[in-house]
Design a protein around this ligand. Structure first.
Ligand code: FES
Length: 165
C-alpha cells in the first residue's frame, strides 16, 4: 500500500520556450497542481543530456520529467526529436536497471497549455507517490550530498544556456 504522507521529489527539465511558459501560465492562472516538481529551465528539450537525468536520480530525485515543445514546433528545428530518441533509449536502460517507468516521463506542452502541464504533473506526482521513494536516495546520503546539489545543477545549466537562474 502506498504511503500518502510521502512527498515525491520530481526534477523537471523544462524547455524555456514552451513548457516553462506553460508552467508559468499554470501558476499565473492559479491552476492547482502539486508543488513536487523542482523546475530546471533549459533552452530546449534537446539540451537535456542523459547524464543530467542519471545525476538527478543519483542525487535523490524520485522522478524526472522532461518537457518540451510539441514535435514540429521546436525553436531549434528538430532538437525535440533528438530528445525523444534519447528519452526512449534512456527509458530502456533505466527499466533494465529496475527503475519503474512512471518515474521517468516526457511531456510535450506548448506555452498555452498550462492546464495540460498541471494535469500531467498531478498525474505523475500521484504515480510516483504510489511507487514510494526511490532507493537511489541511499547513494545521495552515502555520498554526503544534499538537496543543495539540485541548486548546483540549476546553476550549471543556467550558466551553460545563459538563462538567468
Ligand atoms: Fe522547446 Fe526545442 S525549443 S523543445
Amino acid at each position: 500500500m502506498s504511503d500518502q504522507t510521502f512527498e515525491p521529489k520530481i526534477v523537471g527539465f523544462l524547455c524555456n520556450w514552451c513548457s516553462y511558459r506553460a508552467a508559468d501560465l499554470a501558476g499565473s492562472s492559479r491552476i492547482k497542481y502539486p508543488p513536487n516538481v523542482r523546475i530546471i529551465r533549459v533552452m530546449c528539450s534537446g539540451r537535456v543530456d542523459p547524464s543530467f537525468i542519471m545525476k538527478a536520480f543519483a542525487l535523490g530525485a524520485d522522478g524526472v520529467l522532461i518537457a518540451g515543445c510539441h514535435p514540429g514546433e521546436c525553436h531549434y528545428l528538430e532538437q525535440n526529436y533528438k530528445a525523444m530518441r534519447r528519452f526512449s533509449m534512456l527509458k530502456h536502460t533505466l527499466r533494465a536497471m529496475g527503475l519503474e517507468e512512471e518515474r521517468f516521463q516526457l511531456l510535450w506542452a506548448s506555452a498555452a497549455e498550462g492546464t495540460r502541464f498541471a494535469e500531467h504533473v498531478s498525474k505523475m506526482t500521484e504515480e510516483v507517490r504510489n511507487l514510494g521513494p526511490l532507493n537511489w536516495k541511499k547513494n545521495w546520503i552515502e555520498k554526503d550530498l544534499s538537496p543543495d546539489e539540485f541548486d548546483k545543477i540549476a546553476k550549471e545549466h543556467a550558466e551553460a544556456m545563459e538563462v538567468p537562474a
